[in-house]
Design a protein around this ligand. Sequence first.
Ligand code: SIN
Length: 332
Amino acid sequence: MKRTLAALTLAATAASVLATGIASAADPIVIKFSHVVAENTPKGLAANKFKELVAERMGDKVVVEVYPNSQLFGDDKVLEAMQLGDVQLAAPALSKFSRYTDELALYDLPFLFEDLDAVDRFQQSDKGQAMMESMKKKGLIGLGYLHNGMKQLSSSKPLRVPEDASGLKFRIMSSDVLEAQFEAVGATPLKKPFSEVFTLLQTKAIDGQENTWSNIYSKKFFEVQPYITESNHGLLDYLVVTSAEFWSGLPDDVRTELKAALDESVAYGNEIARSKADEDRQLIIESKRSEVIELTPEERAQWVQMMKPVWKKFEKEIGAELIDAAYAANQD
Ligand code: SIN
Protein backbone atom coordinates (compact mmCIF):
# COMPACT_ATOMS: atom_id res chain seq x y z
CA MET A 1 0.00 0.00 0.00
CA LYS A 2 2.80 2.33 1.03
CA ARG A 3 4.61 1.68 -2.24
CA THR A 4 1.44 2.31 -4.28
CA LEU A 5 0.91 5.66 -2.52
CA ALA A 6 4.50 6.70 -3.17
CA ALA A 7 4.17 5.76 -6.83
CA LEU A 8 0.91 7.74 -7.11
CA THR A 9 2.50 10.79 -5.47
CA LEU A 10 5.44 10.61 -7.87
CA ALA A 11 3.13 10.32 -10.89
CA ALA A 12 1.01 13.24 -9.67
CA THR A 13 4.10 15.43 -9.19
CA ALA A 14 5.35 14.59 -12.67
CA ALA A 15 1.94 15.41 -14.16
CA SER A 16 1.77 18.73 -12.32
CA VAL A 17 5.28 19.66 -13.50
CA LEU A 18 4.17 19.01 -17.08
CA ALA A 19 0.87 20.81 -16.62
CA THR A 20 2.40 23.99 -15.12
CA GLY A 21 5.06 24.02 -17.80
CA ILE A 22 8.03 24.27 -15.45
CA ALA A 23 11.07 24.91 -17.62
CA SER A 24 13.47 22.14 -18.47
CA ALA A 25 17.19 22.96 -18.61
CA ALA A 26 16.98 23.51 -22.38
CA ASP A 27 14.07 25.96 -22.33
CA PRO A 28 15.01 29.60 -23.03
CA ILE A 29 14.51 32.25 -20.34
CA VAL A 30 11.49 34.38 -21.27
CA ILE A 31 11.65 38.11 -20.57
CA LYS A 32 8.34 39.96 -20.82
CA PHE A 33 8.93 43.68 -21.49
CA SER A 34 5.76 45.66 -20.88
CA HIS A 35 5.23 49.32 -21.76
CA VAL A 36 2.40 51.75 -22.41
CA VAL A 37 3.46 53.76 -25.46
CA ALA A 38 3.24 53.17 -29.21
CA GLU A 39 5.97 51.21 -30.98
CA ASN A 40 7.08 54.21 -33.03
CA THR A 41 8.38 56.17 -30.04
CA PRO A 42 11.82 56.26 -28.38
CA LYS A 43 10.74 53.69 -25.78
CA GLY A 44 8.87 51.49 -28.25
CA LEU A 45 11.83 51.44 -30.62
CA ALA A 46 14.36 50.82 -27.84
CA ALA A 47 12.30 47.88 -26.54
CA ASN A 48 12.08 46.36 -30.02
CA LYS A 49 15.83 46.89 -30.54
CA PHE A 50 16.50 45.01 -27.30
CA LYS A 51 14.31 42.12 -28.46
CA GLU A 52 16.17 42.06 -31.81
CA LEU A 53 19.66 42.15 -30.25
CA VAL A 54 18.82 39.41 -27.76
CA ALA A 55 17.36 37.22 -30.53
CA GLU A 56 20.53 37.71 -32.62
CA ARG A 57 22.99 37.10 -29.81
CA MET A 58 21.24 34.78 -27.34
CA GLY A 59 18.27 33.34 -29.23
CA ASP A 60 18.78 29.82 -27.90
CA LYS A 61 19.06 31.01 -24.30
CA VAL A 62 16.77 34.03 -23.92
CA VAL A 63 13.56 35.18 -25.63
CA VAL A 64 12.26 38.75 -25.20
CA GLU A 65 8.53 39.37 -25.65
CA VAL A 66 7.59 43.05 -26.00
CA TYR A 67 4.05 44.18 -25.07
CA PRO A 68 3.44 47.83 -26.14
CA ASN A 69 0.37 50.10 -25.74
CA SER A 70 -0.56 48.90 -22.21
CA GLN A 71 -1.43 45.49 -23.75
CA LEU A 72 -0.10 43.54 -20.80
CA PHE A 73 -0.06 46.00 -17.90
CA GLY A 74 -0.96 49.68 -17.52
CA ASP A 75 1.04 52.23 -15.56
CA ASP A 76 -0.71 51.51 -12.34
CA LYS A 77 -0.08 47.76 -12.30
CA VAL A 78 3.25 47.01 -13.95
CA LEU A 79 5.52 47.46 -10.93
CA GLU A 80 3.32 45.32 -8.70
CA ALA A 81 3.30 42.69 -11.45
CA MET A 82 7.09 42.87 -11.56
CA GLN A 83 7.35 42.28 -7.82
CA LEU A 84 5.14 39.21 -8.30
CA GLY A 85 7.31 37.91 -11.15
CA ASP A 86 4.63 38.35 -13.85
CA VAL A 87 6.78 40.70 -15.94
CA GLN A 88 10.57 41.04 -16.03
CA LEU A 89 11.26 44.40 -17.72
CA ALA A 90 9.46 47.73 -17.93
CA ALA A 91 10.42 51.35 -18.42
CA PRO A 92 7.86 53.51 -16.66
CA ALA A 93 8.15 57.28 -16.71
CA LEU A 94 10.22 58.51 -13.75
CA SER A 95 7.02 60.15 -12.44
CA LYS A 96 5.45 56.75 -11.81
CA PHE A 97 7.72 55.45 -9.04
CA SER A 98 6.38 57.55 -6.17
CA ARG A 99 5.06 54.51 -4.26
CA TYR A 100 8.57 53.03 -4.24
CA THR A 101 10.95 55.98 -3.73
CA ASP A 102 10.90 59.73 -3.01
CA GLU A 103 14.14 60.44 -4.83
CA LEU A 104 12.96 60.02 -8.42
CA ALA A 105 10.42 62.81 -7.87
CA LEU A 106 13.41 65.08 -8.51
CA TYR A 107 12.90 64.62 -12.24
CA ASP A 108 9.36 66.05 -12.05
CA LEU A 109 10.41 69.45 -10.69
CA PRO A 110 9.29 72.05 -13.24
CA PHE A 111 12.00 73.94 -15.13
CA LEU A 112 14.81 71.93 -13.50
CA PHE A 113 16.69 70.94 -16.67
CA GLU A 114 17.26 73.21 -19.66
CA ASP A 115 17.70 70.40 -22.17
CA LEU A 116 18.56 66.72 -22.62
CA ASP A 117 22.31 67.42 -22.48
CA ALA A 118 21.89 68.69 -18.93
CA VAL A 119 19.72 65.66 -18.11
CA ASP A 120 22.46 63.38 -19.48
CA ARG A 121 25.16 65.10 -17.44
CA PHE A 122 23.18 64.63 -14.24
CA GLN A 123 22.02 61.06 -14.95
CA GLN A 124 25.56 59.92 -15.70
CA SER A 125 26.96 61.56 -12.52
CA ASP A 126 27.51 59.48 -9.36
CA LYS A 127 24.37 60.95 -7.80
CA GLY A 128 22.25 60.24 -10.87
CA GLN A 129 23.53 56.67 -11.08
CA ALA A 130 22.98 56.03 -7.36
CA MET A 131 19.31 56.99 -7.73
CA MET A 132 18.76 53.92 -9.91
CA GLU A 133 19.39 51.80 -6.80
CA SER A 134 16.94 53.69 -4.60
CA MET A 135 14.24 50.97 -4.81
CA LYS A 136 16.44 47.95 -4.09
CA LYS A 137 14.79 47.35 -0.74
CA LYS A 138 11.45 47.15 -2.54
CA GLY A 139 12.85 44.50 -4.87
CA LEU A 140 13.29 46.73 -7.93
CA ILE A 141 16.51 47.80 -9.63
CA GLY A 142 17.09 50.37 -12.32
CA LEU A 143 19.17 49.21 -15.26
CA GLY A 144 19.38 52.48 -17.18
CA TYR A 145 17.80 55.83 -17.91
CA LEU A 146 16.00 56.21 -21.21
CA HIS A 147 14.97 59.57 -22.67
CA ASN A 148 11.72 60.65 -24.15
CA GLY A 149 12.12 64.41 -23.90
CA MET A 150 10.74 67.70 -22.68
CA LYS A 151 7.02 68.07 -22.00
CA GLN A 152 4.63 70.48 -23.68
CA LEU A 153 1.18 71.61 -22.56
CA SER A 154 -1.79 70.72 -24.72
CA SER A 155 -5.19 72.23 -24.10
CA SER A 156 -8.65 73.08 -25.38
CA LYS A 157 -7.75 76.76 -24.88
CA PRO A 158 -4.65 78.70 -25.92
CA LEU A 159 -2.21 78.85 -22.98
CA ARG A 160 0.21 81.76 -23.10
CA VAL A 161 0.45 82.80 -19.47
CA PRO A 162 -0.27 80.82 -16.28
CA GLU A 163 -3.63 82.55 -15.72
CA ASP A 164 -4.87 80.90 -18.93
CA ALA A 165 -4.59 77.49 -17.21
CA SER A 166 -6.49 78.58 -14.12
CA GLY A 167 -9.68 76.56 -13.59
CA LEU A 168 -8.81 73.97 -16.27
CA LYS A 169 -8.55 70.22 -15.63
CA PHE A 170 -5.28 68.55 -16.64
CA ARG A 171 -4.47 64.84 -16.70
CA ILE A 172 -1.18 64.10 -14.93
CA MET A 173 0.93 61.02 -14.23
CA SER A 174 0.84 59.64 -10.68
CA SER A 175 3.16 62.21 -9.12
CA ASP A 176 2.56 64.61 -6.23
CA VAL A 177 5.10 67.04 -7.72
CA LEU A 178 3.08 67.23 -10.93
CA GLU A 179 -0.05 67.71 -8.87
CA ALA A 180 1.55 70.65 -7.06
CA GLN A 181 2.85 72.07 -10.35
CA PHE A 182 -0.68 72.39 -11.81
CA GLU A 183 -2.15 73.59 -8.52
CA ALA A 184 0.48 76.35 -8.54
CA VAL A 185 -1.21 77.85 -11.62
CA GLY A 186 -4.75 77.40 -10.28
CA ALA A 187 -5.53 74.34 -12.42
CA THR A 188 -7.05 71.02 -11.30
CA PRO A 189 -4.74 68.01 -11.83
CA LEU A 190 -6.17 64.50 -12.21
CA LYS A 191 -3.96 61.40 -11.89
CA LYS A 192 -4.99 59.03 -14.70
CA PRO A 193 -3.29 56.17 -16.59
CA PHE A 194 -1.80 56.95 -19.98
CA SER A 195 -4.18 54.53 -21.72
CA GLU A 196 -7.15 56.74 -20.76
CA VAL A 197 -5.80 60.11 -21.90
CA PHE A 198 -7.10 60.16 -25.48
CA THR A 199 -10.68 59.33 -24.46
CA LEU A 200 -10.62 61.81 -21.59
CA LEU A 201 -9.55 64.53 -24.02
CA GLN A 202 -11.92 63.46 -26.78
CA THR A 203 -14.93 63.41 -24.47
CA LYS A 204 -13.81 66.71 -22.91
CA ALA A 205 -13.81 65.14 -19.45
CA ILE A 206 -10.52 67.01 -19.07
CA ASP A 207 -9.25 70.19 -20.73
CA GLY A 208 -5.62 69.35 -21.24
CA GLN A 209 -2.53 67.32 -20.46
CA GLU A 210 1.27 67.56 -20.53
CA ASN A 211 3.41 65.32 -22.68
CA THR A 212 6.27 65.01 -25.13
CA TRP A 213 6.00 65.59 -28.87
CA SER A 214 6.31 61.87 -29.62
CA ASN A 215 3.52 60.87 -27.22
CA ILE A 216 1.25 63.72 -28.38
CA TYR A 217 1.79 62.62 -31.97
CA SER A 218 1.74 58.81 -31.67
CA LYS A 219 -1.33 58.76 -29.41
CA LYS A 220 -3.13 61.37 -31.57
CA PHE A 221 -3.70 63.82 -28.71
CA PHE A 222 -3.10 66.62 -31.24
CA GLU A 223 -6.25 65.56 -33.09
CA VAL A 224 -8.41 66.33 -30.06
CA GLN A 225 -6.47 69.27 -28.60
CA PRO A 226 -6.60 72.49 -30.65
CA TYR A 227 -3.62 74.11 -28.88
CA ILE A 228 -0.17 72.97 -27.84
CA THR A 229 2.04 75.38 -25.93
CA GLU A 230 5.72 74.73 -26.49
CA SER A 231 6.62 75.18 -22.84
CA ASN A 232 9.44 72.63 -22.37
CA HIS A 233 8.52 73.01 -18.71
CA GLY A 234 9.45 69.53 -17.52
CA LEU A 235 11.07 66.23 -18.36
CA LEU A 236 9.55 62.90 -19.35
CA ASP A 237 12.24 60.27 -19.03
CA TYR A 238 12.14 56.60 -18.10
CA LEU A 239 13.88 54.15 -15.85
CA VAL A 240 14.36 50.69 -17.32
CA VAL A 241 13.60 48.55 -14.32
CA THR A 242 13.65 44.88 -13.38
CA SER A 243 13.01 42.70 -10.37
CA ALA A 244 16.08 42.30 -8.16
CA GLU A 245 15.15 38.65 -7.59
CA PHE A 246 14.88 37.90 -11.31
CA TRP A 247 18.07 39.80 -12.19
CA SER A 248 20.23 38.28 -9.47
CA GLY A 249 18.89 34.81 -10.27
CA LEU A 250 20.20 34.90 -13.85
CA PRO A 251 23.43 33.04 -14.70
CA ASP A 252 26.33 35.56 -14.66
CA ASP A 253 27.11 35.24 -18.37
CA VAL A 254 23.46 35.74 -19.35
CA ARG A 255 23.14 38.81 -17.09
CA THR A 256 26.30 40.34 -18.58
CA GLU A 257 25.14 39.79 -22.15
CA LEU A 258 21.65 41.10 -21.43
CA LYS A 259 23.05 44.25 -19.81
CA ALA A 260 25.25 44.92 -22.84
CA ALA A 261 22.26 44.51 -25.21
CA LEU A 262 20.16 46.75 -22.98
CA ASP A 263 22.83 49.48 -22.83
CA GLU A 264 23.01 49.43 -26.62
CA SER A 265 19.22 49.61 -26.96
CA VAL A 266 19.01 52.49 -24.49
CA ALA A 267 21.71 54.42 -26.38
CA TYR A 268 19.76 53.79 -29.60
CA GLY A 269 16.50 54.99 -27.97
CA ASN A 270 18.23 58.08 -26.59
CA GLU A 271 19.46 59.06 -30.04
CA ILE A 272 15.98 58.58 -31.47
CA ALA A 273 14.44 60.68 -28.68
CA ARG A 274 16.33 63.74 -29.88
CA SER A 275 15.37 63.47 -33.55
CA LYS A 276 11.83 62.22 -32.93
CA ALA A 277 10.87 65.25 -30.87
CA ASP A 278 11.66 67.54 -33.85
CA GLU A 279 10.07 65.23 -36.42
CA ASP A 280 6.82 64.71 -34.52
CA ARG A 281 6.54 68.41 -33.66
CA GLN A 282 6.82 69.17 -37.38
CA LEU A 283 4.22 66.52 -38.29
CA ILE A 284 1.80 68.03 -35.79
CA ILE A 285 2.31 71.51 -37.26
CA GLU A 286 1.81 70.18 -40.79
CA SER A 287 -1.39 68.37 -39.78
CA LYS A 288 -2.96 71.77 -38.97
CA ARG A 289 -5.13 69.98 -36.40
CA SER A 290 -3.48 71.82 -33.55
CA GLU A 291 -1.87 75.22 -33.27
CA VAL A 292 1.61 75.21 -31.75
CA ILE A 293 2.08 78.26 -29.54
CA GLU A 294 5.63 79.52 -29.04
CA LEU A 295 6.08 81.53 -25.85
CA THR A 296 7.97 84.82 -25.70
CA PRO A 297 10.76 84.88 -23.09
CA GLU A 298 8.52 87.14 -20.94
CA GLU A 299 5.58 84.72 -21.13
CA ARG A 300 7.79 81.75 -20.29
CA ALA A 301 9.27 83.64 -17.33
CA GLN A 302 5.76 83.91 -15.87
CA TRP A 303 5.33 80.10 -15.94
CA VAL A 304 8.73 79.70 -14.29
CA GLN A 305 7.82 82.19 -11.59
CA MET A 306 4.51 80.48 -10.79
CA MET A 307 5.74 76.88 -10.92
CA LYS A 308 9.23 77.04 -9.42
CA PRO A 309 8.03 77.43 -5.78
CA VAL A 310 7.09 73.74 -6.07
CA TRP A 311 10.81 72.95 -5.60
CA LYS A 312 10.73 74.30 -2.04
CA LYS A 313 7.67 72.24 -1.20
CA PHE A 314 9.44 68.97 -2.08
CA GLU A 315 12.96 69.92 -0.97
CA LYS A 316 12.85 67.84 2.21
CA GLU A 317 11.43 64.75 0.52
CA ILE A 318 13.82 64.78 -2.45
CA GLY A 319 16.87 66.30 -0.75
CA ALA A 320 18.25 69.83 -1.27
CA GLU A 321 21.67 68.44 -2.23
CA LEU A 322 20.19 66.34 -5.03
CA ILE A 323 18.17 69.28 -6.36
CA ASP A 324 21.27 71.52 -6.33
CA ALA A 325 23.35 68.89 -8.14
CA ALA A 326 20.68 68.39 -10.81
CA TYR A 327 20.29 72.13 -11.36
CA ALA A 328 24.07 72.56 -11.57
CA ALA A 329 24.11 70.11 -14.50
CA ASN A 330 22.69 72.93 -16.65
CA GLN A 331 26.19 74.45 -16.58
CA ASP A 332 28.26 72.64 -19.14
C1 SIN B 1 5.05 57.08 -21.27
O1 SIN B 1 5.68 57.82 -22.04
O2 SIN B 1 5.44 55.99 -20.91
C2 SIN B 1 3.70 57.55 -20.79
C3 SIN B 1 3.72 58.94 -20.34
C4 SIN B 1 2.42 59.36 -19.68
O3 SIN B 1 1.85 58.62 -18.88
O4 SIN B 1 2.00 60.48 -19.94
